[in-house]
Design a protein around this ligand. Structure first.
Ligand SMILES: NC(=O)CC[C@H](N)C(=O)O
Length: 200
């Protein structure tokens, strides 16, 4: 597979930023709004945005079950922020009717960083990314409170009140970050995902 086709779930959220990031990361990016479009992708990004809104729209667009089925089948996926929330197997502090995709064996807490620091930036060391640390932008971000046995922690908050909190994970070819690499211009996180898609 030379240039994999990677879908960006395009129901809500920062779809354009992820498409632009894919185009400069060695992949062809397409939007996914319909089950047929999902059939055409080698991997899928669930973007940042608002997880409960995306959850509602997944049902409205008849994508919830097809997407769960493809993830179960091994579709590589990457979720940033709201995307991490949707990919989780358990969500804390969400709407009682919010759906999740069950692509990663993690428990996430939505809006976990609290009001004072609900948006901030920091430098992170990310497993699998060499060189300079990654500038991580957190916008009303979740953190991971539990990781299942097969889940590798890729990054934790280095200091401050949230020191040690898990903010990037991978389980097989599914990965998620609490932060938004799609808004910084540093493509190393997207390249990491494109490599996972190629290897899958
Ligand atoms: N930047 C984001 O994606 C924020 C996520 C949002 N707080 C949610 O619950 O979905």
């Amino acid at each position: 597979m030379t240039e994999p086709t990677i879908g960006v779930l395009a129901l809500q959220g920062d779809v354009r930023e992820h498409l632009a990031a894919l185009e400069t990361s060695g992949a062809h990016g397409i939007t996914v709004r319909r089950p047929e479009e999902l059939d055409a992708v080698d991997g899928l990004i669930v973007p940042g945005g608002e997880s409960t809104t995306m959850s509602t729209l997944l049902s409205v667009f008849d994508l919830l079950e097809p997407l769960r089925a493809r993830l179960k089948d091994g579709l590589p996926a990457y979720g940033s922020c709201a995307g991490m929330i949707l990919l989780a197997s358990e969500i804390l502090d969400t709407r009682p009717d919010a759906q999740h995709l069950d692509g990663l064996d993690i428990t996430v807490r939505r809006n976990a960083f609290g009001r004072q620091v609900d948006s901030f930036e920091t430098d992170l060391d990310v497993v699998g990314i060499d060189g300079d640390p990654v500038r991580a932008v957190f916008i009303r971000a979740p953190w991971v409170e539990r990781v299942g046995a097969g889940v590798e922690v890729l990054a934790t908050v280095p200091d401050g009140p949230a020191e040690g909190r898990v903010v990037a994970v991978r389980q097989g070819s599914v990965m998620a970050t609490s932060f938004h690499p799609e808004v910084t211009g540093d493509r190393r996180v997207h390249r990491l995902f494109v490599d996972l898609v190629r290897a899958a």
